[in-house]
Design a protein around this ligand. Structure first.
Ligand code: MEV
Length: 437
């Protein structure tokens, strides 16, 4: 018997019907239906665009769109757009950007731009004939995907390799075809997946048609890009000579500060608990640039964390050291970003973000996003090894707490003044408001 809780045909309801049905699941449905509708775009055509990004769309979910000025990267200044809900991330990035702009800024280079996709298949039979015919199969794959790749080739990208890989030491009869791609300024997921599905069809046809494969059985399990892109990687760093640049901190001397900073980063290189939080701080910056430019932050996170564990232990993505009086703080990370295709040219704010950044290509955006990641990492570790994270963080969080208590503008002004020299906490703000109300 069918479970009566299972809804059928939900996607076919009108948007109003969906809103009413869903708001009806909570207490005060009218109030919540109104909240959902109140976040619709005032222009129905613009709203339609947002609705169509996804499915079963009821409303829009607002996140702050902020900007960090003063990012000096490879000699060029940027206002970097950041979309993030967490207080103090944009302030931290801005502070670090300004600090490093006065010390030569961020330096960055893209190491390579190759991405991969795989056909995972089982081969029941002798693999030798397949190995022997693979050069021929590869040629057919390259020829038959010409229509798919021609535009990408015009932009300087395309298929860079097709390899047969034996994985039978992991799973019996398991092999892969690994495609290597350069997707230039696009993230390239659709391009890679389309090529792979075509490769898989070619492989199946080839095996079915050729008498050498009589008696063997090919079972293509799946064809999909890999979000792990170790060869699409960027290296970004800041550095300065301690004798030329002073003023890292007002509690510790520059030398003491750098030593503490270096130790904190080294801890994140050996301790998995700290490494996870350390890297989360890096992704605060990277994800917010990714969101602001219409990129897929889940892909970046998945890839970055896999890279962080590449030698078998999960480690800090950044490194710090002081050698011969020179401090250097660096981040090397794979990231598959795009500046064409996907949401980048569709979402009005993503479009604006890219314009604000001077319409960068994917390589330049990788340098920008990694610089913001490094800036956030620098700011977080600096706070941790000096005054602690909570003081600054809670100051930035003050407005959120005041909003929870429905503070009016006058109360907010008084609170900002009062908490200039007091510790911010949920309780202290509650007590303060009780006192003045
Ligand atoms: C908070 O979003 C990020 C930090 O925890 C990062 C860190 O601990 O390095 C502050």
């Amino acid at each position: 018997m069918k479970d009566p809780r299972i809804i059928t045909g939900f996607s076919r309801l009108s948007k109003d019907q969906k809103v009413d049905l869903v708001a009806g699941q909570v207490k005060k449905p009218d109030q919540y239906a109104e909240i959902l509708r109140s976040a619709w775009h005032r222009d129905p055509l613009a709203q339609k665009l947002y609705d169509e990004f996804s499915e079963n769309t009821l409303s829009n979910y607002y996140f702050p769109y902020g900007v960090s000025p003063n990012f000096l990267i490879n000699g060029k200044f940027y206002f970097v757009p950041m979309v993030i809900e967490e207080s103090s991330v944009v302030a931290a990035a801005s502070g670090a950007a300004k600090f490093w702009a006065e010390r030569g800024g961020f330096h960055s280079e893209v190491i390579s731009m190759k991405k991969i996709g795989q056909i995972h298949f089982l081969w029941h039979g002798d693999i030798e004939p397949l190995k022997n015919s693979f050069p021929e199969i590869r040629k057919i794959m390259l020829n038959r995907t010409h229509a798919l790749t021609i535009n990408m080739q015009k932009r300087g990208g395309g298929i860079r390799g097709i390899e047969l890989i034996d994985m039978t030491d992991k799973i019996p009869e398991y092999y892969q075809i690994k495609g290597i791609f350069d997707t230039r300024d696009s993230m390239g997921a659709n391009f890679i997946n389309s090529c792979l599905e075509e490769f898989a069809d070619i492989l199946k046809e080839f095996v079915a048609d050729d008498p050498r494969f009589n008696g063997t059985n090919l079972d293509v399990i799946m064809s999909i890009l890999s979000n792990y892109t170790p060869d699409c990687r960027v290296h970004t760093w800041v550095e300065c000579d301690l004798s030329h640049h002073q003023g890292f901190d007002d509690i510790f001397s520059d030398e003491e500060f750098i030593r503490r900073f270096e130790t904190a980063v080294n801890i994140a290189r050996v301790d998995v608990n700290r490494a996870t939080t350390h890297n989360k701080g890096i992704f605060n910056g990277i994800d917010s640039v990714s969101l602001a430019t219409g990129n897929d932050f889940r892909a970046l996170e998945a890839c970055g964390h896999t890279w962080a564990a590449r030698d078998g232990q999960y480690r800090s993505l950044s490194e710090a050291n002081l050698t011969d009086g020179k401090f250097r703080f660096s981040l090397e990370i794979p990231m598959a970003l795009g500046t064409v295709g996907g949401l980048t040219n569709l979402h009005p704010l993503a479009k604006f973000s890219l314009k604000l950044l001077g319409n960068p290509g994917a390589e330049e955006l990788m340098m920008i996003a990694s610089a913001v990641g490094l800036a956030n990492n620098y700011a977080a570790v600096k706070s941790l090894v000096t005054k602690g994270i909570q003081k600054g963080h809670m100051k930035m969080h003050l407005f959120n707490i005041l909003n929870v208590f429905n503070a009016d503008e006058q109360e907010k002004r008084q609170a900002v003044e009062y908490f200039r020299h007091e510790k911010v906490s949920y309780n202290s703000v509650s007590r303060f408001l009780e006192g003045i109300r």
